[in-house]
Design a protein around this ligand. Structure first.
Ligand SMILES: [Zn+2]
Length: 546
């Protein structure tokens, strides 16, 4: 399993004494400035930022600072390193308060010492400005009138040209560590790659630093990197989900590109999972992306799903959807489903709970592959899966951020020609408690034991007699209803993925092999009667003696 990780910029080793840190305690300025003392230095400059009692015409009572710490510390260190390099200073410190602060308290302290005062002044000024513009710190102001609000933020207030300006300042620092593309003429400069910036979503009251940390800690498996999977992967990576798994066995084809806009024509022939991973790492190097160039099946579904919190189904076949549904129920994971047919789409979120409907509850036995066409057969406009995939990504973010309005116990249907939506109530079926069980059993054992065929039927199995017609005629099954499909025809027979099958042969050997072969094709609810009809005969004989 290839793992893509971000090649980070080296830390500021040329500036060993630089320190950027957060504290929830009052800042000890004496200790901080003592740490910058050097007998060879004649200049020391400090800046103190205090909490003031008004902002934009409103009177402030007190305020809170919150930071997305991993990102903020990294960015802070980069700023201090850039200051060291630009102004030839070696001793710099920046301490920023977090938590609740009163009026007049010290919120930020910047100290620089240098052989001469000019460098110290310039470096200090640079650090103050850069920290204000680049470090993800949020301020919640509590006003005298009882109201409060997150004030984001110096970073958001910066106009785009300010950002370009910041990066130009950083250029000298970056140039030392990063190979730059070819210059395009005298004086041409290539913009350094900035760090990921989540400020536009963190500004939302419901997200903030705490929400961003939740996204960072989350792990999501996306099955299918096609028309639905592309927007799901792009939005989740861009949002800063910490870990993304991609399962897709397909290679890119030119006919995919009108809806799978993550890829390029020149990529055709390469595995989509790997193409997607490379693009996502470029989009957001913070995200850990894992690829599985394989077809999801009954044998691997549990191990693929187990390491993740949420699975997003972006496939176009019902066998895989049911497989994911069952595995998610069995493993206690949330699954976000979508499907698309021409101009219409459906969205359903399945929580692993007894009292909410799953995919099998909504689609009991009526749906099977071939009944609903996929994109290749039915045709589709690119924005249709694009819309549904975007909605899937949105539901994932709502779940992770614990936002209200999640799709629960409902199927959302959207007609993208008329732009009408409907939300249909989905009720758990009486059998719902058994719906995840098959996979739980499947991951343990293919073989199941029953005293009689009718007790297997009572347990909900559809019986399939896979013996040859002559064998079946010689000793018919005592079943209320059994299909006869000889082994040779079984693998080409269409089986309803909504049903649970018990395969029966004479000794349980052929039926075991057949169940394994069917599971490998994504029909996971297939079991084998242990011991076959011979075991049933023995049970019958024993009972007759008793
Ligand atoms: Zn169910």
């Amino acid at each position: 399993m290839p793992s893509y990780s971000f090649r980070r910029l080296p830390a500021a080793d040329e500036c060993n004494l630089s320190r950027f840190r957060f504290t929830t305690e009052p800042i000890d300025t004496a200790a901080a400035s003592a740490g910058l003392a050097d007998p060879a230095f004649g200049g020391f400059v400090a800046f103190e930022g205090w909490v003031r009692n008004f902002n934009e015409g409103r009177e402030v009572k007190h305020l809170e600072y919150e930071a997305f710490e991993p990102l903020a510390l990294r960015e802070g260190e980069r700023i201090l390193a850039a200051a060291c390099e630009r102004f030839s200073v070696t001793r710099v410190t920046c301490v920023h308060r977090l938590g609740d602060l009163r009026i007049g308290e010290l919120a930020v302290w910047v100290g620089v010492s240098a052989p001469h005062r000019d460098e110290a002044f310039q470096a200090c000024r640079f650090i103050i400005d850069e920290v204000k513009h680049r470090v993800p710190i949020w301020k919640k102001e509590h006003y005298i009138d009882g109201d409060s609000g997150w004030v984001n933020c110096e970073r958001c207030a910066a106009a785009p040209h300010d950002h370009a300006h910041d990066h130009a300042h950083d250029h000298a620092h970056d140039h030392a560590h990063r190979p730059l593309p070819m210059a395009h003429g005298p004086g041409a400069r290539s913009a350094p790659v900035p760090a990921p910036d989540y400020s536009r979503q963190m500004t939302l009251r419901e997200v903030g630093a705490a929400g961003q940390a939740k996204l960072r800690a989350a792990s999501v498996l996306v099955v299918g990197a096609g028309g639905l999977g592309v927007p799901v992967l792009q939005f989740l990576a861009a949002a800063g989900i910490g870990r993304l798994g991609i399962v897709d066995h397909d290679r890119l084809e030119p006919s995919n590109l009108h809806r799978q806009t993550l890829y390029a024509l020149a990529d055709c022939g390469a595995p989509k999972a790997e193409l997607a991973a490379a693009r996502l790492v470029a989009l957001n190097p913070d995200v850990r992306v894992e690829t599985h160039v394989t077809r999801l099946d009954a044998a691997n579904v549990a191990s693929l799903l187990a390491p993740h919190d949420i699975v997003v189904d972006c496939t176009d076949n019902f066998a895989t959807k049911f497989l994911l549904n069952d595995a998610a129920l069995a493993l206690g994971r949330i699954a976000v489903f979508a499907s698309v047919y021409q101009y219409e789409g459906q969205l359903q979120v399945v929580a692993p709970r007894r009292d909410t409907a799953c995919l099998r509850c909504v689609w009991p036995a009526a749906t099977r592959d071939g009944l609903v066409g996929n994109c290749a057969e039915a045709g589709v406009l690119g924005p249709v899966p694009g819309t549904l995939g975007s909605l899937q990504a949105l539901e994932v973010l709502k779940i992770l951020l614990d936002l209200p309005g999640r799709l629960e116990d409902e199927v959302m249907m959207i007609d993208l020609l008329s732009l009408s939506t409907r939300r249909l109530k989905a009720r758990p079926s009486p059998d719902h408690a058994t719906h995840g069980r098959a996979v739980a059993e499947a991951s343990v054992d293919i073989d199941v034991s029953y005293d009689s065929i009718t007790s297997a039927e009572d347990a909900g199995y559809s019986i399939v007699d896979i013996r040859e017609p002559v064998e079946s005629a010689a000793s018919p099954l005592a079943a209320r209803r059994a299909r006869q499909v000889p082994l040779g025809e079984l693998l080409t027979t269409q089986l309803d993925p909504g049903e649970r099958f018990l395969l029966v042969c004479a000794r349980g050997v052929r039926s075991h092999a057949a169940a394994e072969a069917l599971r490998a094709r994504g029909i996971c609810q297939v079991f084998s009667l242990r011991g076959g009809t011979a075991a049933l005969d023995r049970v019958a004989a024993t009972q007759a003696r008793v």
